[in-house]
Write a protein that binds this ligand. Structure first.
Ligand code: ADP
Length: 454
């Protein structure tokens, strides 16, 4: 087989855990050498062992290591890496980081700093999407400066409404007002929370949707006016606005709906010359899509899309960052079967308390249509300093029923001993008729947990 010349000779991965491994794997298949960076708490981590080179960039806290821009740029310059993949979380949606790399002549594997900035502010993101013809949740025109303005906006939209922080993320700074009587408290608490969490107390108001599903569209742009979509993922199963299980395609999305919303999203990002992977998130209710936000990075749940389309999204990110065209056109992309991902966290049920510690036994499920993305190994100690996600189990089947059966089977093979994890949650969920039938909205899981896990 003839090998194309590598697009970069060496790239640095500014992340840790399973996503660092994910990027190393794509790079290795492309003949690109990899540099891992790590904190002192991660000297024994799998991404350090798996990369061609590793550089320690600071002490355990993320703020002093994986978020330390100066240390990461220094590591890049010392190692001679030409580009940096940020993974997800940490610096992946930090426009200042993307700009700093540009100033140092290092390629950021992701969109431009300007696109990150525009989409990182929820009001400018919504305004941009609206102008590009993407359907949005009815809401205030931009931020609401004071309580009278909030009252006026809420009256115009109609109750119930939700007050949201412009700088929001991770479900913080978001408050529901079911009636006019609740608006003042919702407005003031959302502002206080937003100020504390993001240092910015600007809020806006949206119509509150009662039983929506979370549907997100995967888009990919070449930065030169071409873009494609890779269908949707349904991520409605959430706890505290955090995704727990994701699937593709969405159980309630028809091929016609997919083609239409996908085309709208692809055209929107093409028209702004968007480069790389992006996700346009919607709430979906009664046949209508309502834009909520855009993520300008690779998502945790990208493997379900890879499974049904048979493409490597990280490889594509690296290619686009190197200035190559997309390796597929819209017509080349054919969806095949159904995929489901579950997020395995080092957490103790039923309260989901973080549960770091030493892994005494680790056994990965296998067989047809099973993928486990994890940086665990026998004897590894999960450090307490970072996100509790320790693995993602992804299954693929010819249809949803086969994928559910396969997930059930694979969960039965998975062994992670020494610490507690969220695997019992999925074993229980897979027995629920609503989950087996795909009949759930964004409130289903919270309700199920409150009523004692079924
Ligand atoms: P964040 O960036 O904090 O995650 P999002 O805008 O993506 O905030 O919203 C997170 C979640 O909050 C959504 O998946 C949904 O569960 C809920 N949500 C957001 N906006 C609305 C709305 N207008 N109506 C009902 N629920 C909403």
């Amino acid at each position: 087989m003839r090998h194309a010349p590598p697009v970069f000779e060496k790239i640095l991965i500014a992340n840790r855990g399973e996503i660092a491994l994910r990027v190393i794997r794509a790079a290795r298949e492309m003949g690109i050498r990899t540099v891992a960076v790590h904190s002192t708490a991660d000297s024994d981590a799998m991404h350090v062992r798996m990369a061609d080179e590793a550089i320690c960039i600071g002490p355990p806290p993320g703020s002093e290591s994986y978020l330390n821009i100066a240390a990461i740029i220094a590591a890049c310059e010392i190692s001679g890496a030409q580009a940096i993949h940020p993974g997800y979380g940490f610096l992946s949606e930090n426009a200042g980081f993307a700009r700093a790399l540009q100033d140092h002549g290092i390629t950021f594997i992701g969109p431009t700093a300007e696109h990150i900035r525009v989409m990182g502010d929820k009001i400018t993101a919504k305004e941009t999407m609206k102008q590009l013809g993407v359907p949005c949740v009815p809401g205030s025109d931009g931020g609401v400066a004071d309580y009278p303005a909030a009252e006026q906006a809420a009256e115009a939209i109609g109750y119930p409404v939700i007050v949201k922080a412009t700088a929001g993320g991770g479900g913080r700074g978001m408050k529901l007002a079911a009636t006019a009587a609740e608006l003042e408290t919702a407005f003031r608490t959302a502002r206080t929370e937003a100020k504390a969490a993001f240092g910015n107390d600007e809020v806006y108001i949206e119509k509150y949707l009662g039983k929506p599903r979370h549907i997100e569209v995967q888009v990919f742009g070449d930065g030169k006016g071409h873009a494609v979509h890779l269908g949707e993922r349904d991520c409605s199963l959430q706890r505290r606005h955090q995704k727990v299980l994701e699937e593709a395609p969405g159980p309630v999305i028809t091929p016609e709906m997919r083609a239409e919303i996908g085309k709208t999203c692809a055209e929107a990002v093409a028209s702004i010359n968007y480069a790389g992977a992006g996700t346009i998130e919607f709430l979906y209710e009664d046949g209508a899509f309502y834009f909520i936000e855009m993520n300008t990075r690779l998502q945790v749940e990208h493997p379900v899309t890879e499974a049904v389309f048979g493409v490597d999204l990280v490889r594509e990110q690296i290619r686009v960052a190197a200035g190559l065209p997309l390796s597929f056109a819209q017509d080349d992309l054919r969806m095949n079967g159904h995929a489901i991902e579950v997020r395995i966290n080092a957490e103790r049920l039923p309260d989901f308390a973080p549960c770091p510690g030493r892994i005494t036994q680790y056994h990965v499920p296998g067989g047809l249509g099973v993928r486990m993305d994890s940086a665990l190994y026998d004897g590894y100690s999960v450090p307490p300093h970072y996100d509790s996600l320790i693995g993602k189990l992804i299954v693929h089947g010819r249809d949803r029923e086969e994928a559910v059966a396969r997930l059930n089977r694979a969960m039965g093979e998975l062994i992670i001993d020494g610490i507690e994890t969220t695997t019992p949650l999925f074993r229980a969920l897979l027995q629920e008729p609503d989950i087996r039938n795909g009949a759930y909205d964004i409130h289903w899981l919270e309700h199920w947990l409150e009523t004692g896990m079924g």
